[in-house]
Design a protein around this ligand. Structure first.
Ligand SMILES: NC(=O)c1ccc[n+]([C@@H]2O[C@H](COP(=O)([O-])OP(=O)(O)OC[C@H]3O[C@@H](n4cnc5c(N)ncnc54)[C@H](O)[C@@H]3O)[C@@H](O)[C@H]2O)c1
Length: 329
């Protein structure tokens, strides 16, 4: 099959990661680049060999002039709805960066429009698409440590991003925790029913909004998952995946520093070797979308399914605001 032709909107920090991932991709090629910042646009285009006549500061002009199959949306969350809707209108499928949108209403509108225009949209929940996540998922599915009873997740980092994240009201929950919440659904193969959140801002925080939360989700399968996370941790940090501890009916599964350990209480703790895969991260996202288009099926982490992960974010925020338990949709 011919490679899919992609227009990429957004060439900033993570746009760079996408351009890199698409450099030698077996399923597709970025044929045009869009960024509202001229300097970023031309700097990135030059790095990745995209010619000037395929560079645009206006998405509508790019959609008018380029013949493409798919749009890769790597703009900040507040622009996701307008960018996705323009792409559908022009007849393109979309891969969008997480979070699907900055509000639940916008996310629902994106899903509705995609259905109306019969276009596919996948959210790049790339934290699922790693040897670490696939290995953990496999051990949990095989019940090697028995039935999962409760889960503790610890995420502690102190990044100084600058830019849009430092202005958002709930930067950690909206821009970061979406990955961890989506992983909870992936690992537990279940959806949450309720959440209780304490959201806060330590006094040394450099974010306008709350960069820290302690919360508890209860899942349909009865599993209780507690999540303690912060973006203003100093000194000792976890990895971006965080530390995960699954306590199960006949043992414990622990992931620390992205290494996975299995302990049964009586035998020696065993380190599990990570499985290896050809394509991971954004490269896998694009491959999965291309496969879904070939096979005329919905891709994994399609936007409709992703509403449940994004719903966890907004239920957690509502709980933080109301100081009470909130049901998840
Ligand atoms: N999956 C991951 O692990 C991961 C990691 C980092 C960022 N992200 C996501 O990627 C997206 C972008 O984040 P970033 O860190 O690259 O932000 P950024 O601010 O570094 O870059 C965004 C770029 O988009 C451009 N832009 C803004 N509006 C635009 C529009 N309407 N059309 C075209 N270009 C536009 C800006 O000029 C900027 O160059 C966000 O949704 C973020 O959450 C995902």
């Amino acid at each position: 099959m011919n490679k899919l032709k992609a227009i990429q909107a957004g060439a900033g920090g993570f746009g760079n990661a996408w351009l890199n991932a698409m450099k030698e991709h077996p399923d597709g090629k970025v044929i045009a680049l869009v960024d509202t910042n001229k300097e970023t646009l031309h700097r990135q285009a030059a790095c990745y060999g995209i010619e000037k006549n395929h560079c645009y500061t206006s998405l509508s002009e790019a959609l008018e002039k380029e013949k493409a199959d798919i749009l890769i949306n790597v703009t900040p969350p507040q622009f996701h709805k307008e960018v996705c809707l323009q792409a559908f209108e022009a007849g393109l499928h979309v891969i969008t960066e997480k979070p699907l949108a900055d509000t639940m209403e916008s996310a629902q509108e994106i899903v509705k429009e995609a259905e109306k225009k019969k276009k596919k949209i996948m959210v790049s929940q790339n934290y699922r698409f790693t040897p670490w996540a696939w290995t953990l998922k496999d051990i949990l599915a095989k019940k090697t440590a028995g039935r999962t009873g409760y889960v503790n997740v610890l995420f502690q980092k102190g990044p100084k991003f600058g830019g849009f994240r430092e202005e958002m009201p709930y930067p950690l929950l909206i821009d970061m925790s979406i990955h961890h919440f989506d992983l909870m659904r992936f690992f537990l193969n279940s959806d949450p029913v309720e959440v209780y959140t304490k959201s806060y801002k330590p006094d040394w925080s450099w974010f306008k909004g709350d960069p820290s939360v302690n919360l508890i989700f209860v899942f349909k399968n009865g599993v209780v998952c507690s999540y303690n996370a912060s973006w203003v941790a100093g000194g000792i940090e976890t990895t971006w995946n965080g530390e995960w501890r699954f306590d199960c009916s006949s043992g414990t599964l622990l992931s620390r520093d992205d290494r996975i350990f299995l302990g049964s209480g009586t035998e020696k703790i065993e380190e599990i070797k990570l499985q290896s895969f050809n394509l991971t991260g954004q490269q896998y996202t694009f491959h999965e979308m291309a496969q879904a288009l070939r096979e005329k099926r919905e891709p994994e982490t399609n936007a409709k399914d992703n509403l449940k992960s994004l719903g966890m974010v907004f239920a957690a925020i509502e709980s933080a605001k109301k100081h009470r338990v909130v049901k998840c949709a």
